[in-house]
Design a protein around this ligand. Structure first.
Ligand code: SAM
Length: 384
């Protein structure tokens, strides 16, 4: 997953495919409607009015959220000193530059692109929409009768992954029976990529052991899912950047007990190619997006370990309603066509069958005791 998303010059995020938008593979909330970013801006304004300081956006996509947030903050008179963007994708950073060039100079000059997380912690707000789901995760298969392909190992789960076999020899050998090795690709030289399970390394073994022991219901042998071990170092790094203020995260995901529900037997890994979602990561390699849902219990635990406080957790719909999306949608100017368009966009962001329920908002704070209006309608922290 790491290679097909991020290998320099070849990975989905490091090469030049369109990715977001109608000519790309998927659409995110800021691309669906500026109403989303206008609501985000209201939450940002509430925090900036207390902390002052700046905004850091991680993974800014096309730059549309940055542009809308800056315009909305300018209208409210609560502009940040700086709007920094940390973007791992070179071509998305280029699109952001082009998009933000059209802003009035007083806004444009506040935007800077960073090569790495800031060394000096900031006051203000860190934003990340749909970044957590893009962090490479690891797949595991719950171990048990019929699952171990190698001499029994004392682990609760095996690592499911991709291996490379040189030449055209048999797929199976004594330590890996044929049924557990599946050919998923052939190179021009006839070498094969296979999907198989293997003993987990120590980090994956202990992560699986911890999470499986915490679940309310045991999972059956063969149950396959994902765990994102990049989350802890990522959040520790982001947390270190915040001296005072809010980290506001949006993504599709669930609390752990729902994520690893016994009925979700094949996990949450999904691929997006030209607006079609499917579950085959072995096609369109490097030109399709691969994501996994976010285990928000893991995010909360990683946040606490990083010295942050989980100040809010709600559905995206509850966040947007608390920030007044209905009034924003109704109050904009424009003719009936424009108003109908805005109402449709709001429905897409809010409805349970669209983005309203699957997407969650999470607020992590450090040294901040002000209000967070976006989390005033619903508090799902008990479910984490
Ligand atoms: C699914 S897109 C979301 C883009 C944008 N936030 C939006 O909502 O439209 C994921 C974004 O995260 C960026 N990204 C992926 N891994 C990242 C990382 N480790 N740090 C910062 N950005 C990252 C990608 O390049 C891309 O801009």
């Amino acid at each position: 997953m790491d290679l097909v998303l991020y290998a320099p010059g070849l990975g989905y995020y490091s090469a030049g495919s369109a990715k977001l938008g109608s000519s790309g593979d998927f659409v995110t909330a800021p691309e669906v409607s500026d109403l989303f970013s206008q609501c985000v801006a209201r939450q940002v304004a509430e925090v900036l009015s207390i902390t002052e300081g700046e905004i850091l956006e991680l993974g800014a996509g096309t730059g549309r959220m940055a542009a809308t947030v800056l315009e909305a903050l300018a209208a409210e008179g609560v502009l940040p000193e700086r709007y920094s963007i940390l973007e791992v994708s070179g071509d998305l950073a280029q699109r952001q530059r082009e998009r933000l060039r059209s802003l009035p100079v007083g806004l444009r000059e506040r935007v800077v692109w960073l090569e790495r997380l800031p060394e000096r912690p900031i006051r203000g707000v860190v934003l990340a929409n749909e970044v957590l789901d893009a962090l490479p995760c690891q797949r595991f298969v719950v171990a048990g009768a019929g699952i171990e392909a190698e001499p029994p190992v004392a682990t609760v789960a095996r690592n499911a992954g991709v291996d490379w076999l040189s030449g055209r020899g048999p797929l199976a050998n004594a330590s890996a029976p044929a049924r557990s090795v599946v050919e998923v690709g052939v190179s021009m030289d006839g070498d094969r990529f296979v999907e198989r399970t293997a003993s987990p390394d120590e980090a994956l073994a202990s992560a699986c052991e911890a999470l499986l022991s915490e679940l309310p219901q045991a999972l059956s042998p063969g149950y396959t899912s994902e765990v994102c071990l990049r989350l802890e170092p990522w959040l520790a790094g982001v947390g270190d950047c915040l001296e005072r203020g809010l980290i506001l995260l949006f993504d599709y995901g669930l609390p752990r007990s729902h994520y690893y529900h016994p009925q979700r037997v094949s996990g949450t890994l999904r691929c997006h190619f030209k607006h079609r979602a499917h579950d085959d990561p072995y096609v369109n390699v490097g030109i399709q997006d691969i994501t996994a849902w976010v285990d928000f219990t893991r995010v909360a635990q990683a946040a606490v370990a990083a010295g942050l406080e989980v100040a809010g957790f709600s559905t995206q719909a509850a966040f947007l309603l608390a920030m007044g999306i209905e009034r924003l949608a109704a109050s904009g100017s424009g003719d009936i066509v424009e108003q109908t368009r805005r109402a449709g966009e709001a429905r897409r962001l809010l409805l349970p069958g669209e983005m309203g329920e699957a997407f969650k908002a999470m607020a992590l704070i450090r040294d901040y005791d002000g209000a967070l209006a976006g989390f005033g309608l619903q508090d799902l922290r008990h479910s984490l």
